[in-house]
Design a binder for this molecule. Structure first.
Ligand code: ZN
Length: 458
């Protein structure tokens, strides 16, 4: 019962082509959740791919209805003892549509195609490849420990993630007991970059809202009425400018987060985000002054104007437009009073004389971030460091948003995400691929982590 045996086992599994065969089969299941005709494939993926693998590992399972009527949800339990920790893991069996015609010559979304380090196919990166890596690692640890893991596992696989996970929050609220655990570990999304093993602990939140000024029903001639009638486009432009200035700095300071905590600042610094490290040159004079690029991206809030409309930009006429509307996106970190977003915007606009701007907050996903010094984070980082000499990137929260609050807040779990993809993977686009090198490293990392988790008693 040596850890080396498990690491060797997983290496052999990969070298002998078993991982490839498994992923090839999984990619061939057209479990596209955005195309109703493929609905049957969602269930087939769970029943024919995941259930047999989980059953062989000693899991009991339930295929349950999604309370929002979307694709089914698979829950599985593997119980060893009351005296060991329980890990909840997550994955999604659905993918985005294939867009078959748009793939490069010689590639197809539903056939795994290998070219050098790249393994092409829909779902290789998002998320079939990633959860397959984790299940294989689990399998090899169980084997090397003679059927014992040293911890309990619960797994939840949804099939509507690519539709925005409808029903998942309600499902978790209604099944708290069934999903109760000590720790959450899952893999989705990209690493910081291909070469840095990455752990992320949450994500920024996101809120979509609109600002609208409606002055009247019809446009008015700008010569006959200009100067004596309100122009909604002018009002809206100025209202936006009182929220965010021309250099991307939040002018509404109530929308800024509390100062960045020291440990978060240190973790961000370790990510080594520089002007040119993200694949495109960053704008030096944009965003919150006094912060590093990394702090602006991972530790601060940003307000983006996504779309603007007034008049007809394709065919401007000499008229004062009757209305103007802006769609905005607010990304925010933990500690921001997002629950009060509508009230803050209202107050700020009123104070600046823009009471005629209507604010509608549409959708909000809260921000999450596990404490970077949490014991499970330390354990995960140490376990990963045992199988790779590379410095682990500990991302306090993703700059983008994942509905991690379902696990962190609804289920109340410490959340540790270990992604096995990279930013260039073409997820959601033609030519999606998994990097062989990242997959092999991910298998070693997860095997090491699951082994070490088995050494912790509850
Ligand atoms: Zn996706």
């Amino acid at each position: 019962m040596q850890k080396n045996e498990a690491l060797e086992g997983v290496r052999r599994y990969f070298a002998e082509g078993q991982f490839e065969d498994q992923l090839r089969r999984r990619v061939a299941v057209k479990s596209d959740s955005q195309t109703p005709e493929h609905g049957g494939e969602l269930t087939r993926y769970l029943v024919e791919e995941l259930v047999p693998q989980l059953a062989a590992l000693g899991f009991t399972h339930w295929i349950m209805e999604n309370p929002a009527g979307a694709g089914p949800i698979l829950v599985a339990h593997r119980h060893e003892s009351q005296n060991v920790p329980t890990v909840l893991t997550y994955g999604h069996g659905d993918v985005v549509p294939g867009y078959d015609q748009q793939w490069r010559e010689g590639l197809s979304p539903w056939n795994l195609t290998i070219e050098g380090d790249r393994w092409y196919g829909r779902g290789t990166a998002d998320n079939k490849g990633q959860h397959t890596i984790n299940l294989v690692a689990l399998e090899q640890v169980i084997k090397s420990r003679n059927g014992r893991l040293g911890f309990n596992v619960k797994a939840i696989f949804e099939t509507a993630e690519e539709r925005g996970s409808p029903g998942l929050r309600q499902f978790c609220q209604e099944n708290k007991e069934l999903l109760s655990a000590d720790l959450f570990i899952a893999s989705d999304g990209p690493r910081l970059n291909a070469s840095r093993p990455t752990i992320f602990l949450g994500s920024r939140g996101t809120a979509l809202f609109s600002l609208e000024v409606v002055a009247r029903e019809h446009g008015l001639h700008s010569g006959n009425w200009g100067g004596v009638m309100t122009n909604p486009a002018v009002v809206l432009s100025n209202a936006l400018a009182c929220l965010i200035d021309g250099k991307g700095r939040l002018a509404c300071r109530e929308l800024t987060p509390p100062p960045i905590a020291e440990e978060v600042r240190e973790a961000i610094e370790e990510l080594e985000v520089t002007k040119d490290s993200l694949g495109r040159s960053l704008d030096e004079d944009w965003g919150e002054p006094g912060l590093t690029f990394g702090e602006r991206l991972f530790g601060w809030n940003t307000l983006e104007i996504l779309a603007l409309s007034a008049g007809n930009a394709q065919k401007p006429v000499n008229a004062i437009p009757p209305r103007a509307k802006a769609f905005c996106n607010f990304r925010f970190v933990v500690g921001t009073p997002w629950q009060d977003l509508a009230a803050i915007l209202r107050r700020h606009l009123d104070a600046h004389g823009y009471s005629n701007v209507e604010v509608v907050v549409d959708r909000v996903t809260p921000a999450t971030r596990l404490d970077v010094n949490n014991k499970w984070v330390t354990l995960s980082r140490d376990a990963i460091s045992q199988v790779t000499p590379k410095k682990v990137a500990l991302v306090p929260n993703l700059a983008g948003t994942v509905p991690n609050d379902i696990f962190a807040d609804v289920l109340g779990l410490p959340t540790v995400w270990i992604p096995h993809s990279y930013p260039g993977c073409s997820q959601h686009a033609p030519n999606e691929h998994l990097l062989r090198s990242v997959a092999e490293e991910g298998l070693q990392m997860m095997t090491s982590l699951f082994w070490e988790l088995g050494n912790v008693s509850a």
